[in-house]
Design a protein around this ligand. Structure first.
Ligand SMILES: [Fe+2]
Length: 211
């Protein structure tokens, strides 16, 4: 099967995160977590077999409780992603990188994109992945880092089983770094974050792509 065991990591031009960063300060709070540390938006796209990408109508997002034990089987209504941002060439670059690495540019398919900001303080950790070591319930998952500001922790970890002690990959995604994995083969987790400077808020901004 094509792309079985896919783990691909690469770097985009610096302009990508610089251009997309301002759109993270306009995000709405994620209403499905108790704390005030998570902000997000959501968009859906269709790719045809020629590789053309088109935005799909907004709708509620739902994951099965088989993969998400925190908010599985809950219809989540996230704010739609900024119309202006999704038409930028830098955003298109990310979508095209994801569809190229996964082969979707030839097979066609749908891509969901989540724009997520997680903030933290020096006293309280924040959990970018409250569900722990998990799969997203898709074929492929991509994580692209836009910003890490005053962050300790927040390791991107990839496991071959949900009970494994040692990650197959344990890395810090820096701005403009993109990692794409086979979500049916691997499990992933983002470790907790803490502000690295007392009194300063820590911020981690990412796009998550699933297909
Ligand atoms: Fe995930």
């Amino acid at each position: 099967m094509q792309n079985k065991f896919l783990i691909e990591a690469f770097q985009t031009p610096d302009a990508v995160s610089q251009t997309l960063l301002p759109y993270f300060s306009r995000l709405s709070k994620d209403p499905y977590v108790d704390s005030d540390v998570r902000f997000r938006s959501y968009a859906r796209f269709a790719i045809d077999t020629e590789g053309e990408i088109m935005r799909l109508p907004h709708k509620a997002f739902m994951q099965s409780s088989d993969v998400n034990r925190v908010v599985g089987d809950v219809e989540r209504h996230f704010a739609p992603m900024d119309d202006g941002m999704v038409t930028l060439p830098e955003f298109a670059h990310l979508l095209r990188s994801f569809t190229a690495a996964t082969g979707l540019e030839h097979t066609g398919g749908e891509v969901d994109v989540h724009q997520i900001r997680v903030t933290c303080s020096a006293q309280d950790t924040s959990a970018p992945a409250p569900e722990g070591i998990h799969q997203d319930g898709f074929r492929f998952v991509g994580i692209f880092c836009v910003q890490r500001q005053n962050i300790a922790g927040g390791f991107t970890q990839i496991f071959t089983s949900p009970v494994e002690q040692h990650p197959h990959l344990n890395t810090v995604l820096e701005p403009n770094q993109f990692v794409i994995i086979d979500d049916q083969r691997y499990y992933h987790h983002i470790s907790e974050t803490l502000s690295s400077e007392s009194g300063q808020e820590g911020v981690r901004d990412v796009f998550v792509f699933t297909a």
